[in-house]
Each structure stands twice: as structure tokens, then as C-alpha cells.
Design a protein around this ligand. Structure first.
Ligand code: ATP
Length: 303
């Protein structure tokens, strides 16, 4: 296992009488893209605010960049988008980035043009931000967050105002940043299909706690689309499948067979029936991350 860039244990946070985090644990390995998902109000934004020093936790332990508290060095190495992106409205997009760069002591005009290009704002760069749409603001916020080559990016729903093409472009950009610079990215999104294509790790929050942290590979392994076959004779059915060259299948507790390869269902049905087996059901079950997520929420993370 890679070393952890974020290691949080038993984090509690209340706003007056409202519980936002109730003993949440979080483990983000260095160098990964970590997708944080959960229903509205689960505590995702609160966690992200704590990670970038905008809120303090009431109780718990947090190690980030191997430090037991938020440090200015850590914050300098962190780019973030938390909630609505604020800018100097009367300044242009370019001027906003120049100002941010000078605050950060980062003097590289070429990099400013580069990030504007990466988020597709080159043409609008000299327009005042007040004229920007929400989607353009989000692009500018992404440009600002990645400007100084941060080691850590904390992105709270960074693309929720973008159209599908814009989302896809940003997904590609995040993946490139992660691969090129080794940037660790924590990203929250309500659009689970986005996460499916982006995240290496998924953290599922529910009722202000982390209910599951798993790699996307592990989730995909446990959540594969399959062909369900139910017959009166499981043993014989398995022999028929093997005979047909189908090997990637499992027998479930209810005696149904799940076939994960993509075989021709009509051939399987015919061979089973020809062998004398009674076929009760044969159906394709397509599984998405959303199905998995809902199942974890209903089973309290035991999945
Ligand atoms: P969403 O997906 O809707 O953005 P979230 O998972 O990010 O939700 P948070 O915004 O962290 O959840 O909120 C967690 C809980 O804390 C919610 O019940 C919310 O109402 C409450 N909360 C968050 N910020 C504040 C605040 N500033 N004052 C009072 N309550 C707050």
C-alpha cells in the first residue's frame, strides 16, 4: 500500500447542534484520484473544508503531508475548489489568475497562458469575470487550482455546472495532472458515472461517517455486469458452460450462476436445454457504480 497523504481518524464536527461529521475516518494514498461520494448533507464539503483549513474539527486526528496539523507549507502545496468559486468580478479571468499567482509568489506568465488554454478559456481570458457563465467560472476555478502545480488538489464538485463535453475535458485534464505530476486528487461529485471514469479510489460517506473506502478495481470486480442463469441442475449447468469454453462464472448462494464473460445468451440457453437441464431464467444484469453505491448505503457498508 502506498503511503497516505491524508490520514484522518474519528473526525467530529458540529455546527451549533447540527452534526456534520460523526467520527469519520479517511485514508487517501499519495498519488491517487480519490472520489468522495455520499448523499446530500453526508459531510463531504465539511471534510474538504477541514482539509484545506477553512474549518477546524472538534475532535479527531488528522495527518496531511505527514504533519499532524494544517501547515502553511501544506496549504501552499494544495489547490482547491470548495463550493461556489469566488473571483474579483471586475477583473478579467487573466487578471484574476495573475493576482492569484502573485499572492502565491509564483511568477510564470507562460504557465498562466497554459492553464487558460487547458481549461479552454484562452478566448475569454480578457473578459471581465462578471460576464462569465457558471461553467466558465468553474473552468477558471480549475485553472486557479492547478496553476502552481499543487501536490494535492481538493475539488468539491468542480464540474457540476459543465456540459457533458466540458466534464469529459476536465476529467481528461485531472487524469493528466495526476499522471504527469503525481498530484493526489480528492474530488467529490454527484455524478457517479463521472467517478467511474476518473477515480482510482472511492470513499463512500453516509450519515456523517465513512462507510467504505475501496479501490475502483475492487469495486468493479465485485460489481461486474453479468448474465444470470437459473436452472434445476447447477452442477450439470456448470459442466455445460465449461464445455462451451465459458470459464469466468460463479455460483451464488441462491444457486443462480453469474457469467461475467460476454457469451451469446441464446447459445447458452440452447446448449443447456439440449443437455436436458430445465432453464428457469437467463437474463443480462448491467451494473453501474450507482447500483453499487445504493447497495452499500442500504447495507451500511458491509458490501
Ligand atoms: P452536499 O452533497 O449537499 O454538498 P455534503 O455531503 O457536502 O452535502 P456538508 O455540506 O458537509 O454535506 O453538510 C453536512 C451537514 O452539516 C449538513 O447537515 C449541513 O446542513 C450541515 N452544515 C454544513 N455547513 C453548515 C454551516 N455552516 N452551518 C450549519 N450547518 C452546516
Amino acid at each position: 500500500m502506498k503511503s497516505l497523504l491524508i490520514d484522518g481518524k474519528n473526525i467530529f464536527k458540529k455546527y451549533n447542534h447540527t452534526i456534520a461529521l460523526n467520527g469519520l475516518d479517511v485514508h487517501v494514498p499519495a498519488g491517487v484520484i480519490y472520489g468522495l461520494i455520499g448523499l446530500n448533507g453526508a459531510g463531504k464539503s465539511t471534510l474538504m473544508k477541514i482539509l484545506v483549513g477553512l474549518e477546524t474539527m472538534d475532535e479527531g486526528k488528522l495527518s496531511i503531508f505527514n504533519q499532524s496539523e494544517i501547515t502553511s507549507e501544506g496549504l501552499n502545496a494544495t489547490g482547491s475548489i470548495i463550493e461556489y468559486p469566488y473571483f474579483y468580478e471586475r477583473l478579467t479571468g487573466l487578471e484574476n489568475l495573475q493576482l492569484h499567482a502573485s499572492y502565491m509568489g509564483f511568477h510564470d506568465e507562460k504557465r498562466i497562458s497554459e492553464v487558460l488554454h487547458e481549461v479552454n478559456l484562452t478566448t475569454a481570458a480578457r473578459q471581465k469575470v462578471i460576464t462569465y457563465s457558471l461553467g466558465m467560472r468553474q473552468r477558471l476555478a480549475i485553472a486557479r487550482a492547478i496553476l502552481t502545480y499543487p501536490k494535492l488538489l481538493i475539488l468539491d464538485e468542480p464540474t457540476n455546472a459543465l456540459d457533458p463535453e466540458g466534464m469529459k475535458d476536465m476529467r481528461t485534464l485531472f487524469r493528466e495532472i495526476n499522471q504527469q505530476y503525481g498530484t493526489t486528487i480528492m474530488i467529490s461529485s454527484h455524478i457517479l458515472s463521472e467517478m467511474e471514469h476518473l477515480a482510482d479510489w472511492i470513499g463512500i460517506t453516509d450519515h456523517h461517517k465513512m462507510v467504505q473506502e475501496k479501490t475502483m478495481d475492487e469495486i468493479q470486480k465485485n460489481n461486474r455486469s453479468h448474465l444470470t442463469v437459473c436452472t434445476n441442475n447447477v452442477k450439470k449447468s456448470c459442466v455445460v458452460l465449461e464445455h462451451l469454453g465459458v470459464h469466468d462464472f460463479t455460483v451464488q448462494e441462491d444457486n443462480s450462476i453469474h457469467i461475467y464473460e460476454n457469451p451469446d445468451a441464446s447459445i447458452i440457453a440452447r446448449e443447456l436445454v439440449d443437455s436436458g437441464v430445465s432453464l428457469y431464467e437467463i437474463s443480462q444484469v448491467n451494473r453501474t457504480l450507482e447500483d453499487y453505491f445504493l447497495e452499500v448505503l442500504h447495507h451500511g457498508g458491509s458490501n
